[in-house]
Design a protein around this ligand. Structure first.
Ligand code: HEC
Length: 121
């Protein structure tokens, strides 16, 4: 009787562990960042390169944001624009301008990266 109770407890606890790990993935669109924290070089850079820098580059960047530069990406993160423009939050410009909204998992990566301090990692 005692043994089977212990077994049950172990079974429940290991299930809880599995569930907890799943939260760290990006479930929307089956997307996963490959790490617990979104990384600037691995996760954020590819999103900006594919969707933003054709306009936001060194040639007269809109509103002064050259999104090839970490300093400018970080400035947009710190002043609350970066997340809100890609999230299409009411009252903000909608980016990427003239194109469809980013997929939810990319928006989630950007949010996670900002929440973790928008590091140049
Ligand atoms: C087709 C060109 C184009 C693309 C692509 C584009 N932008 Fe923009 N962006 C603009 C223009 C033009 C403005 C200035 C006018 C405005 O705010 O709508 C702007 C403004 C901004 C601003 C400043 C908003 C403000 O209120 O000052 C941010 C931040 C920004 N874009 C981020 C991004 C991000 C992030 C992406 C990629 C996900 C992106 N943009 C893609 C053209 C573009």
């Amino acid at each position: 009787m005692k043994k089977s109770l212990l077994f049950l407890l172990v079974a429940i606890l290991s299930q809880a562990c599995v569930k907890e790990n799943e939260v760290d993935k990006f479930p929307e669109d089956g997307c996963y960042s490959g790490s617990l924290r979104a990384s600037y070089s691995l996760d954020i850079r590819p999103i900006l390169d594919a969707n933003c820098i054709r306009c936001h580059n060194e040639n007269n960047p809109p509103k002064g944001y050259n999104l090839k530069l970490y300093a400018d990406v970080n400035r947009a993160a710190q002043n609350n624009l970066l997340f809100n423009v890609v999230n299409h939050t009411a009252g903000f410009s909608k980016m990427p301008s003239g194109a469809g909204k980013l997929v939810q998992c990319d928006i989630d990566k950007i949010r996670k990266w900002i929440e973790n301090g928008a590091l140049n990692d």
